[in-house]
Design a protein around this ligand. Structure first.
Ligand code: ACO
Length: 330
């Protein structure tokens, strides 16, 4: 049976570290509040010269090197992001061009914090059907440029960071690789976590009026996100386990989207597992949306938290709301 095996992995974050103490100087917040409410101690923000495609190139180069592959060996690029360099085209074609790939298919996928799991599901289908054999799957975000660092916007400004992670997926005929993916959504929560403008809802789609009304900055109904996330994460993790007949004790590591440490802790409690089984690095990077899972996978693998033949479960929840999971035999 054709499976999508992960043969390469890498991540990249900007050099610039922004600590909670740095944010205290910009708005009415505190290290104590941020740490207690999110678990975040610092995050990385790009400098003037770095964009999402730059971070994606760095992570992709590391992933290709770890797979012992060259860019021209790749036959599809999927770029999961809500913060591409430009409104269109998306970032995938920048990766194709900057890495000197053949004229292969390259497209962006936008599912916010669930983007990487959605992208993994799409890549898995291409490999299972035989349409492609070697896919570069990227999650990359530059969110710092869309945040307002003042007291009025402190609820969001302290949560998000910039970064990129990338996987190389290749056809495998042994029993390792992506075992399953499950995707879900509930559009009634559209306005509970969103960035209203720019968009074709508005005529014109971008204007000073929209900016004056603050529609160009992200809004989150934190409590609604929290309530739904702590329900949907366990649901979709159990869905992956049940589908594959895997018991929780046979899972080496659960790698959730790094939304908020309190969400991960609530999920652990609801599932009756210790935080040793749920990977967390949000204290270092904040919430990097579609980049958070590949960054976490890359670090957890480097730390030796899972090895060949281990089962790992990825799970994500985000704007839409969307949520999803993937079961992988490494
Ligand atoms: N520093 C200090 N005080 C703050 C800050 C801040 N950065 N942000 C908000 N506050 C204040 C508010 O002004 C409010 O003060 P008030 O009661 O005097 O008005 C108080 O903290 C509580 O504000 P709430 O928004 O009601 O805070 P809540 O208790 O809901 O906590 C939080 C906010 C941490 C976001 C919480 O809702 C939460 O954990 N939600 C989960 C959502 C999340 O973390 N999402 C991550 C991104 S989305 C995703 O990845 C799926």
């Amino acid at each position: 049976m054709r499976r999508a095996k992960i043969t390469g992995i890498g991540h990249s974050v900007p050099d610039r570290v922004v600590t909670n103490a740095d944010l205290e100087k910009l708005m009415d917040t505190s290290d104590e509040w941020i740490t207690e409410r999110s678990g975040i101690k610092e995050r990385h923000h790009v400098d003037e010269s770095t964009s999402a495609s730059d971070l994606a190139i760095e992570a992709s180069t590391i992933a290709l090197d770890s797979a012992g592959m060259n860019p021209e060996d790749v036959d599809l690029v999927i770029f999961c992001t809500i913060s591409s360099d430009y409104f269109f085209p998306g970032g995938a074609v920048q990766i194709q061009e900057k890495l000197g790939m053949k004229n292969i298919g390259a497209f962006d996928l936008r599912a916010a914090c669930s983007g990487f799991v959605y992208g993994l599901s799409v890549a898995d289908q291409f490999i299972r059907t035989g349409a492609h054999d070697t896919i570069l799957l990227i999650g990359a975000e530059v969110q710092s440029v869309a945040l307002e660092f003042d007291t009025d916007h402190r609820d969001m400004a302290v949560l998000f960071g910039d970064g990129a992670g990338a996987l190389i997926l290749q056809t495998s005929d042994d029993d390792s690789g992506v075992l399953s993916t499950h995707l879900h959504s509930d559009g009634k929560h559209l306005q509970d976590l969103w960035l209203p403008a720019p968009g074709s809802k508005y005529k014109p789609f971008m204007s000073k009026k929209l900016i004056d009304e603050g529609l160009h900055t992200p809004y989150m109904n934190g409590r609604e996100v929290y309530k739904n996330a702590v329900t949907r994460f366990p649901e979709v993790i159990h869905e992956a386990l049940t589908h594959n007949g895997i018991a929780l004790e046979d899972v080496a590591l659960v790698i959730p989207h790094q939304a908020n440490l309190r969400i991960s802790q609530a999920v652990a409690r609801r599932m009756g597992i210790g935080m040793d089984k749920i990977y967390s690095n949000i204290h270092k990077y904040g919430n990097t949306t579609a980049a958070s899972i590949p960054i976490a996978m890359s670090e957890a693998f480097a730390e030796g938290l899972f090895k060949s033949s281990d089962n790992i479960i990825l799970a994500a929840f985000g704007a839409g709301f969307t949520w999803g999971s993937a079961a992988i035999r490494w």
